[in-house]
Ligand binder design. Structure first.
Ligand SMILES: [Zn+2]
Length: 570
């Protein structure tokens, strides 16, 4: 039995995420976790909320809440929505957990011992009107790189260049709008990534099976310009993990916290500790410590392309630099962006569908199917309502749903609600079984390779094969001439419904559960042997005709939703 550690990039705490965020990490990670569990492998699937940093403080201030209270509330909201989408995390943790505080301070202490942290005195923007330093997003101004006028202190949203607040032209405070800023001296810690450049470069080179999208981003950061830069890992903020060297105070760093990007990936490990402390598991080290049993673990991370530099360089620098035997990522699956109807999803402008809204319109499976079958893998992809309607109506309602409905209803009317006896498989049935065997092996190899779209295409082809068989075997005609043969055809088709439920579970878990319940079986074993799998439900096995598996999206609904989500959510 293989062991899979799977993490999804952790969603930021300030508000409900849109569908583009969902398909960029959590959803494909869930697909992979469900698939590996379905194959009988041992899986630990972890995700958390990313709670520190200035955006959390700003969002809490806007909501009129203390930041800790705001984060606790939003964590519950995100956990509930994740459950609504059937994201099957073994634990959904919090980067603000005591476990992560301790572990982050531990890593900082180890890195300091290894000589990989240096203290830097630097000038930082201080706002006299606000009476505080203005880190990151508390400051905006004109990007020195592209001239964009609302560049944030940490990054320009227009050209994606990483910035320091002091780089900005015409800077102003986002708290008060004040331009009465001055540079003042303050001290910060830097992670000496530049010292680890060769080690990281060699490690990336060893990952020959990683997608080009992933390695090219890492290589760019390693080699462009002056090469990999040291990175500030502390901030002048109240909300965050206090800067400590292990358990000890860090002289001169009083009142400062670690930068959110330092502690967020460490939460992947802390989350496993939270999983144990919540009583859901009993040994987290066998997943994370190569000296304590994690040697045979395959660790896969899922994330959007904007997170790749931190996962290929900064987090590995933290782990390698500690000199301790922590598990490093084996495979990193990154995604491009999902755009929305001719533009971008926008949280600030409320453009596009957000996760809570999606679930109010339709059950999770509809969204899961569309998003995964259109995952932005090789390039950005686009959500349009026309495409969504077409995909739901065709793939889910016409192909899968219709197959289930025709087979079960026909059987009920001619043979009753049990698997009919009699007849034998002929050449046509043999051909179908062979085609399915080939396609299922292809489906497995796409899933193993985390080729999400190809997996969806193959699954759709597996559904189509059943439909085409039904169309050509036409048991409703056969029945008039040869009821025994029609019985054999329907017996195969009923078994096919169970097979579809098993194969489709990673994509559409609710429908899968409904179909298994309708077939009155708990046998969800993976079809290692396809011919045998198609004889699981024996003659006389009772079933029920399920309600409509998937309904169609009407033109009226499509038009209504299109205008409703065009922008201006408050
Ligand atoms: Zn810019």
């Amino acid at each position: 039995m293989a062991r899979h550690l799977i993490t999804s990039a952790i969603p930021y705490i300030n508000g409900i995420k849109h569908l583009g965020n969902l398909v960029g990490s959590q959803l494909p990670a869930d697909l992979f976790a469900r698939y590996q569990r379905g194959r009988g492998n041992e899986v630990l699937f972890l995700c958390s909320t990313d709670e520190h940093g200035t955006p959390a403080e700003l969002a809490a201030a806007k909501a009129g809440q203390p930041v800790a209270e705001y984060c606790a509330e939003m964590h519950e909201v995100q956990a509930r929505i994740a459950e609504g989408f059937r994201l099957s995390f073994d634990h959904f943790g919090r980067s603000s957990s005591p476990q992560n505080h301790k572990l982050t301070q531990h890593f900082a202490g180890k890195l300091a011992e290894a000589g990989l942290i240096r203290e830097v005195s630097e000038t930082q923007m201080y706002s006299k009107a606000d009476g505080r330093f203005l880190p990151d997003r508390y400051i905006e101004g004109t990007c020195p790189n592209c001239g964009y006028e609302s560049a944030r202190g940490d990054q320009c949203d227009n050209c994606t260049k990483q910035l320091d607040p002091t780089d900005l032209i015409n800077p102003y405070s986002t708290i008060s709008g004040s331009t009465d800023l001055e540079e003042r001296e303050t001290k910060h810690l830097y992670l000496c990534q530049s010292q680890m450049k060769d080690q990281l470069d060699a490690w990336i080179d060893s990952k020959t099976d990683w997608p080009i999208l992933t390695t090219s981003i890492a290589k760019k950061w390693l080699h462009d310009g002056d090469g990999l830069q040291d990175r500030g890992i502390t901030r002048d903020l109240d909300w965050g993990i206090p800067v400590k060297k292990g358990d000890e105070d860090w002289p001169g760093m009083e009142g400062k916290v670690f930068y959110v990007w330092f502690d967020a990936p460490i939460e992947y490990i802390a989350c496993a500790q939270e999983w144990v402390d919540a009583g859901k598991g009993d040994d987290w080290e066998r997943w994370w410590r190569t000296d304590k049993g994690a040697d045979d673990v395959r660790y896969t991370q899922f994330m959007g392309k904007d997170n790749v530099p931190f996962h290929t360089l900064s987090f590995p620098a933290t782990i390698l630099g500690s000199g301790e035997p922590w598990k490093l990522v084996d495979h990193l699956k990154s995604f491009n962006y999902l755009n929305y109807d001719g533009g971008q999803f926008s949280t600030s402008r409320g453009r596009g569908v957000f996760m809570d809204q999606a679930l109010e319109l339709l059950p999770a499976d509809y969204w899961r199917w569309w998003l995964l079958s259109h995952a932005p893998e090789s390039s950005d992809s686009e959500f349009t309502w026309e495409n969504f309607q077409q995909s739901v109506n065709k793939d889910l309602a016409d192909v899968l749903g219709n197959f289930v409905s025709r087979v079960t209803k026909f059987c009920r009317s001619k043979f009753g609600e049990e698997v009919p006896a009699g007849g034998a498989f002929g050449a046509q049935e043999q051909a179908l079984v062979e085609e399915l065997a080939t396609r299922i092996r292809a489906y497995e190899s796409h899933m193993e390779a985390m080729e999400v779209r190809k997996s969806a295409q193959e699954l759709r082809a597996i559904w189509v094969a059943g439909n085409e068989y039904l169309q050509s075997a036409a048991p409703w005609s056969t029945f008039k001439e040869d009821p025994e043969q029609a019985a054999a055809q329907i017996r195969l088709a009923l078994n096919l419904i169970r097979l579809y439920a098993v194969l489709s579970a990673p994509f559409i878990p609710d429908a899968s559960a409904t179909l298994l319940a309708a077939m009155q079986t708990g046998d969800d074993n993976w079809p290692e042997d396809v011919p045998a799998a198609l004889e699981t439900l024996k003659e006389g096995h009772a079933f029920t005709v399920p309600d409509v598996t998937f309904r169609k999206v009407s033109d009226d609904e499509r038009e209504d939703w299109q205008s409703r989500f065009a922008g201006t959510r408050d």
